[in-house]
Design a protein around this ligand. Structure first.
Ligand code: GLU
Length: 607
């Protein structure tokens, strides 16, 4: 996440940068406000980065809608937050169409190549080491971003991709000041960037070290790539020169002579790129205490896991008990929900996901018997049997028979990804989470094109043996399970919240705890997203991961007395959100501190 370094000269630069005319008149535009919270009307956006939020506002002020604004922000983040997201990756967009009063989702998740048989990820009968897969061609899924942006704009935007990419082209050409977060992210990657000529040339200085804080970082190659997309549409990415360069990079990694590591090439082909499809799916819809939640369905586990958690929690009235007692129920509900998520959720094109059974209230009632009101579970809990509530389904696929090496998104809470929330004057809303998976993806910049490739296929689970069943085991053409949880919340048909976060599988609990904080504990949204976090994901040790500040809270002490254990996980997540107020104003809120803090803006601020 970028620090909010903007001063007046940079504000002017954003409005006046040559090359591409700004979409709004610079003289008429109010100064940028680099703040994590803003309230007003006429449209709003919140992202991790002030330039991305400014790009969204630029589109909104020029009459663009929430989808235009979200894609503009995402394309700028590809420049300013390249270690988290970009056209080398994929994402999930949840869109509220105010005119139709309808929610749709745009799945542009990365997809395994057709030649990626599961056995390619095993050597000598065992899964290839996780770190070796991360920095390899084998972990690269077919990127979905470029087609996802184009599809979302064609269906629901008001401006073409060529128009929406202009702010990002400007930022890539003109550059921006390296801040401490960008510097740190480069530093974490420096060893592997040194091993790839293209990555070193872009992200490291001539001395092979990260560009220092304050240096101007430019990415003319990415500007050119965005121009190619603007001129030729996604075709150039999936069938044209970018496709060829991408396949070359995956199959013949651009290693420097004498590189320090073994890098396994991948099997991605031009055919994989040409066949890539964006999938428009209905959301997963559930209810909680009078609110309606619209989340992302499989292959993301976000919407279903949140629904399961809040269905279990609904039987417990927050007003009737202490915060600690309610948090106990929340953590135990989350534990049960994650047991089901792990056992049943995978790419629905490859596995039967018992969605109706999982969402049925009869199943919730049965599952509730496993939730002790007075003691934390001391073991990882077993999944339930939603197939019994699925209606019409006969054979119930069994839970995985062998434990799998956990997917990347299950293990590390501070992985990179980013979340964008936008709304426009007409009331359309976008919650959009996108990623290249790990911080810096697979470490390889596509030579001449200025973007990093994803390592999204490490989100597959690898069972100990190559033929053991698992809903999230890799297969040719399959999308790995995600935890990304872009979420929209409504009450009586009116929007209340839009939110989402990075953070691997802690994304789900970060969104969940923010809902608890705001909807149940009554914290104002900015306080709800800043509060210390705790995350229970059916940990095998039964302990919850928690932020350092949470460990010293009165709630932690009370929970410890109920048998909860905690592991200090450092910062968890970095949420951005919108709160829609009954008077028609909107509060945009971004994370105030974690990962450097984010940026929220509204078109017409109110005091
Ligand atoms: N790849 C992860 C997922 O799809 C997101 C990356 C992260 O936030 O760590 O769930």
């Amino acid at each position: 996440m970028r620090r909010l370094l903007f001063s007046a000269p940079v504000t002017l630069w954003l409005a006046l940068a040559p090359g591409c005319a700004p979409l709004f008149a610079s003289r008429a535009s109010p100064p940028l406000v680099a703040s994590p919270t803003a309230t007003g009307r006429g449209g709003a956006a919140a992202t991790v980065d002030v330039r991305a939020t400014a790009a969204a506002l630029e589109l909104l002020r020029a009459g663009g809608n929430a989808v235009d604004a979200a894609v503009a922000a995402a394309s700028v983040l590809g420049v300013t937050d390249p270690y988290s997201c970009g056209i080398g990756g994929g994402g999930f967009m949840v869109i509220y169409l105010a005119g139709d009063k309808r929610v749709v989702t745009v799945d542009h998740r990365e997809t395994a190549p057709l030649a990626l048989e599961r056995s390619r990820l095993y050597e000598n009968g065992a899964p290839i080491a996780f770190d070796a897969l991360v920095t390899s061609g084998l972990s690269v899924g077919v990127p979905g971003m470029a087609l996802g942006w184009d599809e979302a704009l064609r269906r629901h935007g008001s401006r073409p991709l060529a128009h929406v990419l202009q702010p990002a082209i400007r930022v890539a050409e003109q550059g921006f000041a390296v801040d401490p977060t960008f510097f740190e992210q480069t530093r974490h990657n420096v060893e592997r960037f040194r091993d790839f000529s293209s990555s070193a040339a872009l992200f490291l200085g001539p001395d092979g070290r990260p560009w220092p804080v304050g240096a101007t970082f430019k990415n003319p190659d990415l500007a050119r790539t965005y121009r190619l997309l603007a001129q030729g549409g996604p075709h150039v990415f999936y069938r044209g020169e970018i496709a060829r360069a991408l396949v070359d990079t995956v199959t013949r990694p651009p290693l420097v002579p004498g590189a320090s590591r073994t890098v396994r090439p991948g099997v991605l082909s031009l055919e994989d790129l040409a066949r890539y499809e964006v999938l428009v799916r209905p959301p997963v819809t559930s209810t909680y205490r009078g609110y309606t939640l619209h989340g992302m369905g499989a292959p993301s586990s976000g919407g279903l896991t949140l629904a399961l958690t809040f269905h279990l929690l609904e039987a417990h009235a927050p007003a009737a008990m202490s915060r600690a007692d309610f948090l106990h129920r929340y953590l135990e509900a989350s534990r049960l929900a994650f047991a089901d998520r792990d056992a049943f959720v995978g790419d629905p094109a490859f596995v039967s996901v018992p969605e109706a059974g999982l969402l049925s209230r009869e199943y919730t009632a049965q599952r509730a018997s496993a939730l002790s009101l007075t003691r934390a579970s001391t073991v990882a809990v077993a999944p339930g049997n939603p197939w019994a509530f699925q209606g019409g389904a006969s054979a119930a696929p069994s839970a995985p028979s062998e434990p799998a090496r956990p997917a990347a998104e299950d293990t590390v809470p501070d992985k990179e990804t980013t979340h964008i929330t936008t709304t426009d004057a007409a009331g359309n809303i976008v919650a959009y989470t996108c990623t290249i998976e790990g911080e810096g993806g697979n470490g390889m910049v596509v030579p001449g094109y200025g973007f990093l490739l994803n390592n999204e296929l490490t989100d597959f689970d690898l069972p100990a043996t190559v033929d053991a069943p698992h809903p999230n085991a890799p297969a040719p053409g399959k999308r790995p399970r995600s935890s990304m949880s872009p979420l929209l919340v409504f009450k009586e048909g009116a929007p209340v919240l839009a939110l989402g976060s990075p953070g691997g599988s802690t994304i789900i609990t970060t969104v969940g705890q923010t809902l608890v904080n705001h909807l149940d504990f009554g914290m104002p949204l900015p306080e709800a997203l800043a509060a210390p976090r705790v995350s229970q994901r059916n940990s095998p040790t039964h302990a919850s991961q928690a932020e350092t500040e949470f460990l010293t809270s009165p709630e932690a002490a009370a929970l410890t007395a109920l048998g909860h254990g905690f592991i200090d996980a450092g910062p968890i997540g970095a949420l951005t959100a919108l709160r829609f107020h009954p008077d028609g104003t909107v509060t945009a809120a971004a994370e105030p501190r974690r990962r450097g803090g984010g940026s929220a803006m509204v078109v017409e601020p109110v005091k």
